[in-house]
Design a protein around this ligand. Sequence first.
Ligand code: C5P
Length: 295
Amino acid sequence: MVLNSVTVTAPAKLNLALRVGSPRPDGFHPLNTVFYALNIRDTITVEAAETISLSCNHPDVPLDESNLAHRAARAIAEHTGTKAGARITIDKRIPIAGGMAGGSADGAGALVALNELWQTGLDANELHDLAAGLGSDVPFALLGGCAVGTSRGENLTPIDTCPLTWVLVTSSEGLSTPAVFGTYDAMVPHAHEPAPVYEIVEALGRGDTERVGALLANDLAAPAFALRPDIRATFEKVKDRASAAILSGSGPTIALLAASEDDGRRLQRELDDDGYVSLVASGPAAGVTIVEERS
Ligand code: C5P
């Protein structure tokens, strides 16, 4: 059956633990991290076309080759030799440059959608390898759920987890991931391995949310705060409103752990009244999911 369009959704993520080592010879940092997929999803639609083009409903998303959806199309074309084109449309819901892997979600979504549209027949391993070539967070967007990530984040082991609700305090200005890693290196210049994450993995498996909250850890928080004192100030102001708080990835989004969906909504209302922009999200959520195919 020849398809004319395929629509998928792809999740945002949080890192419940993000432990960083000193940089490898290739410049990437070895990580021990716990990824957790959230029910905030971008929708990516691909339609048959002569050439590859990209559009998005959010004006700040780059539409050139730096967009991971664009690079996903190139990666499949190079890997399979297909000459097909596609019109790619992104419906953006994940905060931009927020440390929630929104760009990676679009890359992962485009890989799955284009593999269907172009009938290139890539299996899960091939998609994983192409995803890892696009970026460290892209393989987890394919997988979803909850997983430990090692190496530069692309080496994934799924783990058991409990449902968790978060209130995400967003920032209107993004943070550059390479700049945060660079500041980390300046702050922690000695050679070191990333700290282990087995304690939080064990707490997630037992569904011990109090212990999960106590074990949230992000080595990129200090360098992100050094680059953005305003985010440190916001973090200090909001963290005690919830049982636990963490900076998401390389920031600047701040995630507050809520006791329940109701508690999350109450907290969101309070934050909105005080002028913050926030949204409620829960997980674990599925990885990239095909929602519609049209012939
Ligand atoms: O892999 P990705 O393209 O998402 O990485 C973006 C940037 O973040 C890299 O160019 C690098 O500067 C930094 N990074 C890193 N170590 C990692 C992941 C990302 O230094 N494990």
